[in-house]
Design a protein around this ligand. Structure first.
Ligand code: PMP
Length: 386
C-alpha cells in the first residue's frame, strides 16, 4: 500500500515530481551560466503568469509575508495614507505591516465571511485619498475572494496604487495584472505557484516603480529595499551574474520548472481547472449539509473551501478522522470563528482524483463522528459538479 496521505491544506500543497527533482538536484553556484539562464527564464515566465508584460518581477528568499513587506516597505513613507480592503486575518496583517512603516491605515471591513461593498470602498477612497490600497485577493482565513478587477478600477480613478496580496490566488485565480491596472501583485512559492515554501514573489507595475523612484525617504527595511534587488533581477534577466544576497538556488531551479509547467497548461485553462475543482468541492460540502464561511456563493474563492462544522462535530474529533481516512486538512484561522470551520486547499497540481479522495475522507470522518447523512452524497455531488 502506498504510504501517502493527501496534503489538502491551503498551502503548502503537494508538488509535481519534476519540481521536487529540481529541488533535490545538486546545488549549483548562483553565478553558474546554467543557473543564470534558469533564473532569467523564471523571471520572464513570471511576467506571463502574472499577465504583466511591462512589470518588474522580484524573486527573493522568504515567505509570503516577506512579499507583503517587499511592497509595503518600498511604497510607504511615513505619514502616507493607506486603505486596507479587509476580508480577514491577512488584511489585519497588511494593516499592521503598513503601520510599521509609518502609514496612517484605514480598514474597510465586513462581517466575517462577507466583503466590503464597492460603494464603501469608493467613498473611502474619495474621502481619504490614500497613496495605496491593499487587497487580499483570497483571504485564506475566510476563503473570501475579492473582486480585484472592480477594486482596481476604483483605485485607478482616485490615483491610488493597488497592491494585491495574491498569496492564495496567483496561478489559481484569474488575475490580469496589466489589463486590470493592478500596480503590485505578490505571492509565495508554496501555494498555486506549486514550489515548496521559501520564495517571496512580486511583480511591480510601472506606476509602483515610479512611486518607488520618487520616494523622499530611504526604505526603512534593508533586506526588502528594491534598490538592492532591482539590479540583481535586471542582471539575471539580461543573463548576467549579480549579487546582493545569495539566491535560494535550488528553489529557483524548482520555480523555473513549475512556472514552465504552469504556462504549458495555459493561464486560462489553469483558472478553469481551479474553478471546476472548487465547484466540485463546494457542491460536495453543500450536499453533505455543511455551511461555508463565505456568506454568498460569489464571495467564495476557487483555490480553497472553508466548510463549517455541522452541529455537534468539532475540529479535535473530525480532522484526525479525515486524516486517518487519507487527507490532511487545516483547521480554522480567523480568530473570531477559529473553532467553527475547517479549510480544504485545492490548488496547483490537485486533480479530480485528489478531490474525490478528499471528499471521501471527509465523509468517512463525518460518519466516524456520528454525523447522519447518506454515504456517498458528497462524492456524487462532486462528480456531478466537475
Ligand atoms: N497572505 C495570504 C493571503 C496568505 O494566505 C498567507 C499565508 N497563508 C500569507 C499572506 C503569508 O504567507 P507566509 O505564511 O508564506 O508568510
Amino acid at each position: 500500500m502506498k504510504d501517502r496521505t493527501l496534503l489538502m491544506i491551503p498551502g503548502p500543497i503537494e508538488f509535481e515530481p519534476a519540481v521536487l527533482a529540481a529541488l533535490g538536484a545538486p546545488t549549483t553556484s548562483h553565478v553558474a551560466p546554467d543557473f543564470i539562464e534558469a533564473f532569467g527564464q523564471a523571471l520572464e515566465r513570471l511576467r506571463e503568469v502574472f499577465l504583466c508584460p511591462d512589470g518588474q518581477p522580484f524573486v527573493v528568499a522568504g515567505s509570503g509575508t516577506l512579499a507583503m513587506d517587499l511592497a509595503g516597505a518600498n511604497l510607504v513613507e511615513p505619514g502616507d495614507r493607506a486603505l486596507v480592503y479587509n476580508t480577514g486575518y491577512f488584511g489585519d496583517r497588511y494593516g499592521a505591516l503598513l503601520e510599521r512603516y509609518g502609514a496612517q491605515v484605514t480598514h474597510v471591513r465586513a462581517p466575517v465571511g462577507g466583503r466590503p461593498g464597492l460603494d464603501e470602498v469608493e467613498s473611502a477612497l474619495e474621502q481619504i485619498q490614500p497613496k495605496l490600497m491593499t487587497v487580499t485577493h483570497v483571504d485564506t482565513s475566510t476563503g473570501v475572494i475579492a473582486d480585484v478587477e472592480a477594486l482596481s478600477a476604483l483605485a485607478q480613478e482616485c490615483g491610488t496604487l493597488i497592491v494585491v496580496d495574491g498569496v492564495c490566488s496567483v496561478a489559481g485565480e484569474e488575475l490580469r495584472m496589466a489589463e486590470w491596472g493592478v500596480d503590485v501583485a505578490l505571492t509565495a512559492s508554496q501555494k498555486a505557484i506549486s514550489v515548496p515554501p521559501g520564495l517571496a514573489l512580486l511583480v511591480a507595475g510601472p506606476r509602483a516603480l515610479d512611486a518607488f523612484h520618487s520616494r523622499e525617504t530611504p526604505v526603512a527595511n534593508y533586506y526588502a529595499d528594491w534598490s538592492n534587488w532591482l539590479p540583481v533581477m535586471e542582471a539575471y534577466e539580461a543573463r548576467r551574474p549579480s549579487y546582493f544576497g545569495t539566491p535560494a538556488v535550488n528553489l529557483i531551479w524548482a520555480l523555473n520548472v513549475s512556472v514552465g509547467q504552469i504556462l504549458d497548461e495555459g493561464m486560462d485553462a489553469r483558472v478553469a481547472r481551479h474553478r471546476s475543482l472548487s465547484r466540485a468541492c463546494k457542491a460536495a460540502i453543500a450536499a453533505l449539509g455543511l455551511g461555508q464561511v463565505p456568506l454568498e456563493p460569489e464571495f467564495a474563492a476557487n483555490t480553497m473551501t472553508a466548510p463549517r462544522y455541522p452541529a455537534g462535530v468539532g475540529a479535535a474529533d473530525l480532522l484526525p478522522r479525515i486524516k486517518k481516512a487519507g487527507a490532511i486538512l487545516a483547521g480554522g484561522l480567523h480568530p473570531q470563528i477559529k473553532a467553527e470551520y475547517f479549510r480544504i486547499g485545492h490548488m496547483g497540481p490537485t486533480n479530480a482524483g485528489d478531490l474525490l479522495a478528499t471528499v471521501g475522507a471527509v465523509e468517512t470522518g463525518l460518519a466516524g463522528c456520528g454525523y447522519a447523512f447518506k454515504a456517498g452524497t458528497g462524492v456524487a455531488a462532486a462528480i456531478a459538479a466537475m
